[in-house]
Each structure stands twice: as structure tokens, then as C-alpha cells.
Design a protein around this ligand. Sequence first.
Ligand code: ADP
Ligand code: MG
Length: 137
Amino acid sequence: MEQTLSIIKPDAVQKNVIGKIIERFESNGLRIAAIKKIWLSKADAKKFYIIHKERPFYNDLINFMVSGPVVVMVLEGENAVTKNRDLMGATNPKEAKPGTIRADFADSIDANAVHGSDSLENAKTEIAFFFGKRAIF
Ligand code: ADP
Ligand code: MG
């Protein structure tokens, strides 16, 4: 059993498709172990995406992530990290396979609907960034 971090980004929250996205997780064997809706501070967004700080899109990414509230979740299930990444689809929605979350709900590489941890190790760090042990069930 694995846990991974998922974020429904501001574009998808604004589109009112939180439920539709969560349905993808639940109907594919992932369970919501923790969930909250929050508006990230700029400091938090910068810290969360610190691994991208040298990338040309870093500032745009931070500004986008603080442009509205997000939904942060811990997803739990067998191979949760890979399963979530598969359900999300490619970073660029134009390259995402039909039926993936990004193909169906995202408009651009910047506003791409969801975040998902890319490894078990990063999942642990990202989960701890948002949730204490007592908030995960
Ligand atoms: P993923 O979210 O698929 O793991 P990355 O970790 O590579 O993708 O990038 C983090 C986020 O930064 C992406 O989800 C996307 O919002 C943004 N991003 C990545 N690459 C680009 C790019 N070339 N131009 C603009 N934004 C980008
Ligand atoms: Mg990533």
C-alpha cells in the first residue's frame, strides 16, 4: 500500500470539477486518506516547488498556484504513486492520453488541473509538507 500527494490546481477548482476529478481516483482504486481546500501563500508555493526553482517557468508556476484555492489530498492504494500519474496524464494536456484527467480538464501546460508526486520518496516529503500524521486516515 502506497500514499501519494495530489493537488487539484486553481484552474480545475475554478471550473468546479473537484468532484469529477476525485471520482477518477475513487473509481480506480485510490482512497482519499486526507483532504483539505486551501489557498497557498506565495512562500508555501515557492517552498513546495523548490525543485523547479532554476526552471524558466518557475515564477509563472508559483503565480498560477497562488491564483486561487486548491484541494490537497493524500491518495492511498496499491501503486498509488504510479497509478495517480497514469490517471493524471502527461504534463502538457495536448500530449495527454484521451481519458486522462489532464486531457479532459486541463487547458495548457501551465493550467494543467492536477499535481501528483512523481516518486515514493517525493510523495513522503510532499505529504509531510501539507499533513500531520494525525490528519491522515
Ligand atoms: P508534472 O506536474 O507533470 O510532474 P513537472 O514536475 O515537470 O510536471 O512540472 C511542474 C509543473 O510546472 C507542471 O505541472 C506545470 O504546471 C509546470 N510546467 C512544467 N513544464 C512547464 C513548461 N515547459 N512551461 C510552463 N509550465 C510548465
Ligand atoms: Mg512534477
